[in-house]
Design a protein around this ligand. Sequence first.
Ligand SMILES: [Fe+2]
Ligand SMILES: [Fe+2]
Length: 202
Amino acid sequence: MASQHTAVSFHQMKDGTIEDYALLARYESQYAAELPDRILARLEQLKFGISGYQVSRFEHSLQSATRAMRDGADVDWVVAALLHDIGDDLAPSNHDALAASVLAPFVREECAWVVRHHGIFQFAYYGDKVGSDPEARQKFAGHPYYDATIVFCERWDQTSFNPAYDSEPLSAFEPMVREVFLRNPWDERHLRPGVHAPLVSA
Ligand SMILES: [Fe+2]
Ligand SMILES: [Fe+2]
């Protein structure tokens, strides 16, 4: 009986039975339900990230999300701002793509696209000081999410390195993280392809 299994019977996937894969499906749904906890724990790890700035990557993330919330942005934007640098430690050369991959099944397509490309758009603020093209973002000119990425970087990312800013604590964002990462992955009702929501209301 599958219910008596605690682990599958196979050593190679091709030998697995229907009961084995039913067992794994039950473990996977339980594991997926714990995703918000893993996301929150991972954010806490950003306290120990890259040095040299006046704020930790954790504080930078809280500050970005706080600015998004205070701009009246919706939950997808706030969570995207909170997670946009979550890939810093494991993917220093493409941290934006890692963060976007974490977000993509659960947020509006627009928000995942903006996070995926924020690294290139950020060059507008310092590319000229490090030998990179400040106008690298121009290759995306005309893209439906181009303008949103500029606003994201201008208002929430490049500005969030201020140690005096009164960021909200991570607990303020916990309900939003739980809401977003308990959604049905890849459900078009929250992916909403092509839909734009304002970053700044009012
Ligand atoms: Fe970044
Ligand atoms: Fe950032």
